[in-house]
Design a protein around this ligand. Structure first.
Ligand SMILES: [Zn+2]
Ligand SMILES: [Zn+2]
Length: 171
């Protein structure tokens, strides 16, 4: 786990220095109470790859699982969707993260989720014809594959969802 933390904090420094060119931290968070921000007062950052670290403990044994995801919109929008899938059983199989959270809830295991930015990348655009956001997510999943990832290997062959939006308005 130390390795994972070292990698994440290194990537975070990069992400932080990217952010600093886009204004102060205040404009990157609109949470009413800064202590409750789901992304360390940077929840309005968009086009990013994040790691959600779920720490749970049972019988004094602490377990840490990591989930890597991406969002084209702001992290806050994405996290709101995640929260819905944690709350309602009918959405609990939406992601590997929501499946894990449902398992913890069903077993009344206390847990804590801490998210961080591990990379930033541009989504699909018509001139480049490629989606760095999806590519980078896959790279991050490979890079962190020994870090108790919840992600399934099948995510590595999933198709870009951002390309479609140029044809359909369903995303
Ligand atoms: Zn915030
Ligand atoms: Zn994509």
């Amino acid at each position: 786990m130390e390795n994972m933390r070292a990698i994440i904090s290194k990537d975070n420094k990069k992400a932080l220095s990217n952010n600093s060119t886009h204004g102060s931290n205040d404009s990157l968070c609109n949470c009413r109470s800064k202590g409750t921000c789901p992304l360390d007062n940077k929840c309005l950052t968009s086009s990013l790859i994040y790691n959600a670290q779920v720490t749970s403990s049972t019988n004094n044994i602490t377990t840490t699982k990591n989930y890597i995801g991406l969002t084209k919109g702001t992290f806050k929008q994405r996290y709101t969707q995640h929260k819905t899938t944690f709350k309602h059983r009918k959405y609990s199989s939406s992601t590997e993260l929501s499946k894990h959270v449902r398992h913890l809830k069903d077993n009344t295991i206390n847990f804590n989720i801490k998210s961080s930015i591990i990379a930033r990348a541009s989504p699909y655009n018509n001139s480049s014809k490629r989606c760095d956001l999806c590519l980078t997510e896959k790279l991050m999943i490979i890079k962190h594959s020994n870090c108790n990832l919840l992600n399934k290997r099948s995510k590595l062959i999933s198709k870009c969802r951002h390309e479609n939006k140029f044809y359909l308005r369903n995303n």
